[in-house]
Structure formats: structure tokens, C-alpha cells
Write a new protein. Structure first.
Length: 264
């Protein structure tokens, strides 16, 4: 049972690497060096905060864009090339196939995120700044963000085309990032009536991507700041638990939908 899933994981990883997606690491390195030196020159003794925010922000941005690029078409390519018929259902179930695709995509993104984070650490040391624990907390949140985003992309890929998958995934991601603001708008613009209650319940369906933003809101609605170390290990642990449960639920639903899809 495990070996077929691992085979899909490794095959997906190789497929992503063949798409020359790793060039993003080089682009990130150049962009970080340029922006890092620029902000270090113009900031007033705020090099640490600027570099942390810009570096982690760029890692998150690159990881999200690359996840959307790779995750929205990974199943479609298998169906288009007819390679999926060699795997499903002879050697593996559709649910296991989706799990393997998720694992392969996450492995690919994890390698890229790790490489970009190593570049960020090198830049921090080059500027003779101290690499603090807050940086590691921030990059862990990026790993978790990408894991959940991959699950969302695979869910939409299980029943739609790459274009529709991309649009829906981007929509869910943006709404998930803006959930606290959208809830605040509902609270201030609408009275406590049936519409607001229904709207608030609908918003709960969207993945809480705002949890992974270093400066945002935590599970209790408190304001967070990575550079002032308000992001505790307890918070990272709760975010990890939310991600695991969210990925599991989304992949289970995606597997159920994918089993009913006509691949012919």
C-alpha cells in the first residue's frame, strides 16, 4: 500500500523538477540581495525587521505562486497523457493517487522553500545580523501554508480543468487570507440578522490562510508580529494541527469526488 504511494510521490517530484521550476530559487536569490541591500541603505536602523519581513514575504509569495503553477495541472496532465490509466486502478486507488500527488508536490515545494530560506539566512549573516528563532517560526508557517494550498488545488483538480482550478484556488486563497477583514466588514456593515449569520457561516468553510501570515491574527483574534516574537511555539503547534486536519479533510473529500469522475 505504501510503496505505490511513494512511487507517485517520487514521480510527481521529478515531474515538477523537470518543469525547471527550480529556477525560481535563483530569481529569489537575486531579488533578495537587491531588495535587502536597498532597504538596508534606506531604513533607519531597521535592517533586521525589514530583511525578515521582506525575505519571508518573498518566500511565501514564491511558494504560493509555484504551488498554483504546479498544483493546478498535475492531475490534468496525467489524464491528458493517459498515464493515469496505467496506474489507476491497477496498482493504486484514486485516493492513494491523490495522496501521492499531494506528497510529491509538497516535497517539491519543501525543497524550494528550504533553498530560499538558506539564501535568506546567508543574507542575514552577510549583513552581520543575528538569525533569530522568529525566522524559523516564520518559515515553518510557510511550509504549512503551502501544504494546505496544495490540498485545495488538488481538490479542485479532481473535477475541473487547470484554468478553472487555478481561478478557484486563487479565489479560496485570497478569501482565506482576508477572512478577518471580511468578518469585520460584515460586523460593521450589517446588522445581526439572518444574512450576516449565514455569511459568517459560509466564510468558515474557506481555509484559514490568514493563520500563516507572520503579521496578522492568531486563533484567538490577537494581533501578531514575527519580529517582536509574538508568534509563540504554541501558536505554530496549533497552526500545524489545523493544517493536518484541514489537509486530511480536504483530501478525503477530493478522493470521494475523484472516484466519481469519468476519466474517459
Amino acid at each position: 500500500m505504501i510503496r505505490p504511494v511513494l512511487a507517485v510521490v517520487l514521480n510527481t517530484y521529478r515531474e515538477v523538477v523537470r518543469n525547471k521550476i527550480l529556477y525560481a530559487i535563483l530569481f529569489y536569490a537575486v531579488l533578495l540581495v537587491l531588495t535587502g541591500h536597498f532597504f538596508a541603505d534606506v531604513s533607519l536602523n531597521q535592517e533586521r525587521r525589514i530583511l525578515f519581513d521582506v525575505g519571508l514575504g518573498l518566500i511565501s509569495l514564491f511558494a504560493v505562486v509555484l504551488t498554483l503553477f504546479a498544483g493546478t495541472s498535475v492531475i490534468y496532465k496525467e489524464i491528458e497523457k493517459k498515464t493515469i490509466f496505467l496506474i489507476v486502478p491497477r496498482a493504486i486507488s484514486r485516493g492513494q493517487f491523490l495522496l501521492g500527488k499531494w506528497g510529491g508536490l509538497f516535497l517539491s515545494m519543501a525543497v524550494i522553500i528550504t533553498a530560499m530560506f538558506a539564501i535568506l539566512l546567508a543574507q542575514v549573516m552577510f549583513l552581520k545580523l543575528r538569525p533569530e528563532v522568529a525566522l524559523f517560526k516564520g518559515v515553518l508557517l510557510v511550509y504549512l501554508e503551502v501544504a494546505l494550498l496544495i490540498a485545495v488545488a488538488l481538490f479542485f483538480s479532481s473535477f475541473s480543468s487547470p484554468v478553472i482550478t487555478g481561478m478557484l484556488t486563487i479565489g479560496f486563497f485570497v478569501i482565506g487570507r482576508l477572512l478577518p477583514d471580511l468578518k469585520q466588514i460584515l460586523f460593521t456593515k450589517y446588522q445581526a440578522d439572518g444574512f450576516r449569520a449565514v455569511a459568517e457561516e459560509v466564510l468558515q468553510v474557506f481555509p484559514h490562510f490568514y493563520l500563516y501570515v507572520p503579521s496578522g491574527h492568531d486563533l484567538n483574534g490577537r494581533s501578531l508580529s514575527l519580529t517582536t516574537d509574538f508568534v509563540t511555539w504554541s501558536y505554530v503547534g496549533w497552526a500545524f494541527l489545523y493544517t493536518v486536519l484541514g489537509c486530511a479533510l480536504i483530501l478525503i473529500v477530493a478522493a470521494g469526488v475523484f472516484r466519481r469522475r469519468d476519466l474517459a
